[in-house]
Design a protein around this ligand. Structure first.
Ligand code: PNS
Length: 162
């Protein structure tokens, strides 16, 4: 069985992430979306909230499961005996950061965890969770960026009643 992990902050999940999840779930027999901590970011949603949102957003994809982990990605992958990590690449600006994470993980895992990149579909290439949050915080329209139930939760966090 071919299994993969899609790690990320998912704070919260966007249509860009959902595009990568759907396409990788068609490549692998089982895909685990794993919510991890990115120490450089302060999240809007708790890990539990992000897991719940992801579960709802992926409920129609039977081979996708959602989990969280508070340590290193390579430790989680080892624990689950998974050897491929999937990440989306939106633009050249993502490349250096992604290359560094991929090489770090390969090095730290003694070659046990490889990274596979999918290029984000063009219509989502501009999207990031941070931009979505910024637009929402100023009461802007995020309906093209996230599912409706997610948009509602984001506005709620900013105390905006739309
Ligand atoms: O969605 P993001 O914020 O770009 O995802 C980054 C993430 C969460 C995948 C990365 O920060 C991560 O893997 N964190 C877990 C800790 C870890 O394994 N760090 C070593 C690789 S830099």
């Amino acid at each position: 069985m071919k299994a993969a992990i899609y790690p990320g902050s998912f704070d919260p999940v966007t249509y860009g992430h959902l595009d990568i999840i759907k396409r990788s779930s068609e490549i692998f027999d089982e895909l685990t979306v794993c919510v991890l901590n990115n120490k450089t970011k302060s999240p809007l949603f708790s890990v539990e909230e992000r897991v719940k949102i992801l579960k709802e957003a992926t409920k129609d994809l039977p081979n996708v499961k959602v989990e969280s982990f508070s340590g290193l990605l390579i430790d989680y992958a080892r624990e689950k005996d998974i050897h491929v990590s999937v990440r989306g690449l939106r633009a050249v600006t993502d490349f250096e950061y992604e290359l560094q994470i991929a090489q770090t993980n390969r090095q730290l895992s003694d070659g046990d965890l490889d990274t596979m990149f999918l290029t984000t579909s063009l219509e989502y290439a501009f999207l990031s969770s941070s931009t979505v949050k910024e637009i929402a915080s100023f009461n802007g329209d995020i309906s093209q960026c996230v599912p409706e139930f997610v948009a509602k939760l984001i506005y709620e966090k900013y105390g905006i009643d739309r």
